[in-house]
Ligand binder design. Sequence first.
Ligand SMILES: [Zn+2]
Length: 272
Amino acid sequence: MAKKTKTKETPIDQRETFVSIGKNFADSADSVSEKLEVLYQLQMTDTAIDRLVRLRGELPLEVQTLEKELEGIDGKIANLNAAIDEQMSSIARNKADIVDGEATLEKYRAQENQIQNSREYDAINKEIENQDLLIQIAKKRIEEAKTAISTLKERMEIASEKRTIIAEDLAAKQADLETIIASTAKEEEALMAKRQDCASMIDERTMVAYDRIRESNSNHLAVVGIYESNACAGCMHIIPPQRLVEIRSGKKLVICEYCGRILVNKPINKEL
Ligand SMILES: [Zn+2]
């Protein structure tokens, strides 16, 4: 019976570096050079994608900010509308109270004409005074509500003007962004396809290390050439002569000991 050998896989984690993949990077010198070439192509492709994204500049962020502002002002307008509605119902309520109050007053006045003695007269007079006062209060409340509505409407006008400005600004910026995205869509699609091709030729562990190093550096470089014949183009540290020989051979995975980037025997992209 053949013996089964179990290979124990080390789990891939986000702390992967090129150093940790060094041992099983490739099984032959030839495959190392092929893999380095693919990684270099991947880096060039990603750098080109980064350039397209940079063309959009601050627009995506500006669009996002304006969308939030618009949402905020819409909320404010809704609150103002609700406050106006509340004042309108207050007016309606008080108007109804006045109608009722006046009917009651009518009733008391009719009673006043049939009064027999001064005690009854005083009592009914007091009721009339009270009712009159309630009507005055209701009228005052209506005036107050009207003043409140006019203030709310002024605020509403300011908010609406602001909304128009924001909406116009947003529409313009969205249009600009769409134009830029549309003008580079084909190029971006081709680059993304190329990235996919490269990525499919690279093992998952190496890809994790590559993406992590790219993301942790502001220049988004994980694979770099040699700068001025002896320095790492990623961090500008001088590369020891023996390592330079290894890089130039193109048959060994060489990692910059300062920045952890892969060094390849390639010209430096102007943008790098
Ligand atoms: Zn370096």
